[in-house]
Design a protein around this ligand. Structure first.
Ligand code: SF4
Ligand code: FES
Length: 383
């Protein structure tokens, strides 16, 4: 994330979208209980075709986008991934594949490398195969991920692993980092579960306690020292969950500031969660990206600071954190223009404090997790 003050929008001008997240599909062989896809993802039909995606990439690059993430769902489900990677390379993007590794094999790794893919990030659920299976809804995925992580490294890519931490695996962080070390990882993102999408539905069963979080930070620090003593270059990035911060993040660097997501059906969003908000988003099938980015009501809705309410409106920090995350404000208060309740100046901060208190209850670990599924019709409801 970029500090809001670094962006052109802080001066009232809209800069170019530097990051494009191409959510190629919501389809996925896994069922992670913290998936950030919308709860009603199965209702999204008619994915963009190969030609439509190439048009999206071409338009975004012409607008100035330089970083391109291919994600999903599981982007490897798309048989045209290699074609899209090659086109992105030709256009001059720096490309990153964000994948579970399900659908990957050595032939495909080489095909993606030949197409010009710059970077692959593989997600791991846990070090313990049973925990991994319970969280992702697949008993076979864990071994496959480990094999593919090694194959990615053998193909000459830096091995970047992403582990989503939550109350069911955070106490095993020592063995998780040891596994990453054993695999030869170059970098590990220890990403505490952020509470969006399916993770919001499962918040009670996922949010770790403060004590768990502090122990995990200490474990990470011990590993950093141990790795440095061994001269082992494996970067550990520990991402603190919003629910344990006192100030919110400048989400996406600011609404419509540097980040643009295109969803599988062509919906154009300021972030991957925004389609749950009570507003309409334009579609790349119907309008040029340039027009959507600069002129649409959706992208202009939370730019600048005119939309802010108190306490943000008169706060000295409003250009630093832009009042936090619109999606989080909506999920917690029902008002997307509210101050993000993560902020301890927010009148709704008690909601965060209550969630922390609930997470301190050990009994919460027995809470059943709802796996991402297509069978239940899940509707967002205010907590
Ligand atoms: Fe940021 Fe608003 Fe909190 Fe001020 S009141 S620190 S602008 S979220
Ligand atoms: Fe949507 Fe933060 S995730 S604005």
């Amino acid at each position: 994330m970029t500090d809001r003050t670094d962006t052109a929008t802080a001066n009232g001008e809209t800069g170019a979208p530097l990051w494009l997240l191409a959510e190629l599909t919501y389809r996925c062989p896994l069922q992670c209980s913290y998936c950030s896809n919308p709860l009603d993802f199965a209702a999204v039909k008619q994915e963009l075709t190969t030609a439509e995606w190439i048009d999206v990439l071409t338009q975004a690059r012409a607008m100035g986008a330089v970083q391109l993430g291919f994600s999903g769902g599981e982007p490897l489900v798309r048989k045209d991934l290699e074609t899209l990677v090659a086109e992105a390379r030709r256009l001059g993007f720096y490309t990153n594949l964000i994948t579970s590794a399900l659908g990957l094999d050595e032939a495909r790794i080489h095909a993606l490398r030949d197409a010009g893919l710059d970077h692959i990030q593989i997600s791991l659920q846990a070090s313990d195969p049973d925990v991994a299976a319970a969280v992702a809804g697949s008993a076979k995925a864990h071994a496959k991920k480990l094999a593919m992580a090694r194959a990615v490294k053998d193909a000459g890519y830096p091995m970047v692993l992403n582990v989503v931490l939550h109350r069911h695996n955070i106490d095993q962080l020592d063995t998780i980092i040891a596994l990453c070390d054993d695999l030869g990882a170059d970098a590990v993102e220890l990403a505490n579960c952020q509470i969006y999408g399916w993770a919001h539905l499962n918040r009670a069963g996922l949010l770790p306690s403060q004590a768990q979080l502090e122990a995990a930070e200490a474990t990470t620090q011990r590993w950093r020292q141990r790795l440095a003593e061994r001269g082992r270059d494996m970067r550990l990035l520990f991402v603190v969950p919003d629910y344990y911060a006192d100030r919110p993040k400048a989400c996406m660097g600011g609404w419509g500031s540097i980040f643009m997501t295109v969803a599988p059906d062509g919906a154009v969003l300021p972030c991957h969660s925004a389609r749950m908000l009570p507003m309409d988003f334009p579609n790349a099938r119907e309008r040029p990206l340039q027009e959507i980015w600069y002129d649409s009501a959706a992208f202009n809705r939370y730019r600048g600071d005119d939309w802010m309410q108190e306490p943000c409106r008169s706060c000295d920090e409003r250009h630093k954190d832009v009042g936090g995350c619109r999606c989080q404000a909506y999920m917690l208060t029902g008002d997307p223009a509210a101050t993000d309740p993560v902020c301890d100046l927010s009148p709704d901060h008690h909601l965060i404090e209550a969630a922390r208190r609930e997470a301190a209850d050990d009994g919460r670990s027995a809470q059943a997790l709802t796996l991402r599924n297509t069978r239940e019709s899940q509707v967002f409801c205010r907590t």
